[in-house]
Design a protein around this ligand. Sequence first.
Ligand code: SAH
Ligand code: F3S
Length: 440
Amino acid sequence: MRVYLEVYGCQMNEDDASRLATILEEGGCMLAESPELADVVLLHTCSVREKPEQKVYTFASRVQRLKRKNPGLVLGIGGCVAKQEGRALLERFWGVDFLFNSYSLHKIPEHLRALRELSPLVTPKTMLMDQPEGFEESLFPCNNKTHGPTAFLTIMQGCDHKCSFCIVPHVRGPEVSRSSRAVLMHAKRLIGQGVRELVLLGQNVNRYGKHTQDIAFPELLHELDRIPGLERIRFTTSNPTDVDGSLVECFASLRTVCPHLHLPVQSGSDRILGLMRRGYTRKDYLATVERLRRARPDISLTTDLIVGFPTETNEDFQSTLRLVEEVGFDSSFSFKYSRRPFTEAGKMEGHVSKEVKKERLAMLQDVTQRIAQKSLLKVVGSSQEVLVEKLSKMSKEELMGRTLDNKTVVFPGKPSLVGKIVPVLILEALRHTLKGQYNG
Ligand code: SAH
Ligand code: F3S
């Protein structure tokens, strides 16, 4: 069976898809280069904003057209849109055969075999949508080697916060953590395969272990830090309310924890933060930033911002601009508020017009880009320790890697440097990356 796998959305979806690829191969499937060359098409989806959701429908229609010519083609849709829409998705697209989620990836090969036994005309529509209280470890196959020197490691999933704009708690369900024993074994296995850097993943990563009798997130970092051969740890995503003293302390004391934290602030206005139910004020956020900088003066901070949340006034928006200037984020992702089903904000009065959102986004991006550029320019002329991840996409003569604080660097070099941490002299700052020269 040839399977084409398409993935949209966040790093957690990417990690799900990379593990699914291994699960499929171990289950006797081959990966196909395009839907046209496949017997099965699997699409892992994102619905955090309207745009990625629309992409799913466009892709599903395209596969449905292929199915007219090839009725045996099987189409499965997984992830957040599958959960959000449920049976409605099966009804809307006659060509969708089954839905799955991140907890059922390991069941897919067997399900595909079962479907194969049936005639295409009688394929029953099915849902593989478990919501267990713990992770099944067969979701993390030992032979998954799709990573380079940097590997994702999912340690928890789901979110118990209820930010009023966000669909994640609905589609990903409550927080579920893997056991620390499983995480540590997985980490050691990855390091044995040549991984030097781990990116710990979870929708709410530092709430790891909150619902189990196991260790908490800072202790997990301490345990990982002791593994020989592991050089760098990053983790994402963190809600500012979950950054406590013991986590801040990890940035100061642990050898492997990189001086970088993605800390989504969303807005600089207390009124909007309240309506968003973020659980912190602007002052709380700034205090957390200060604690982090005291613990690790070279820490780089990045963030997510939303413009045009319902009832956002120009004054609220100006507070966001001021906060961005005040913190001086090294980079940020900014989004127009997108109305989502199953969310509290979706039902609020006072939605902001498309034009105003567009205008505010452009203004915000001007400011964030200027500040991010400053942060890149600051390192020009310095030598940085770069973990070389792969060949650069632009040129085979160049390599791509990251500094300790997560800045992307491109420099000429031999492929044999991939996987090594090397000194690179930074020569130039482009819009989003640094250009450098191997300094070994
Ligand atoms: N903790 C999560 C964050 C949720 S989604 C994680 O795994 O990354 C990532 C970002 O998308 C959020 O930080 C927020 O800035 C943005 N986002 C979420 N819902 C949104 C909405 N309804 N409209 C616009 N942006 C949204
Ligand atoms: Fe979403 Fe807020 Fe959780 S942004 S993922 S509900 S912390």
